[in-house]
Design a protein around this ligand. Sequence first.
Ligand code: SF4
Length: 120
Amino acid sequence: MAEHLLFSQNLKGNEAHKPISETFLGQAHIAGTGPEGKTCRECIFWHVWKERKVAGGGIEKIPADPGYFGKRHKKTPCELKKAKCNRPILNKANRLIPHTAKACRLFESAEHVLPAKKGG
Ligand code: SF4
């Protein structure tokens, strides 16, 4: 399944099309239009939702970190798992994106940035 945007079959690998071809489905805007060198990992909108029981028997959803791949994961052991961009955008794909995705122009700095790899 395609992970990146495919606007047309005429999309070439040239410089003008590069940001589009680097954009993952599920990103709020075009990759690389955000602050230089920043990735989604450092953005306040990049996280997963976890459910937590609350008093009275209800369940609330709280933002959480995606966790890390285990050492048995062949390609990226100890690396951050994918998470969603939770910036509310109409018709945005509901897809997990890697922490390495280049930041878009809707980037907002997260207060607590997770390391890309877990030590050990
Ligand atoms: S930089 Fe932030 S707003 Fe933009 S795609 Fe990544 S997580 Fe979403």
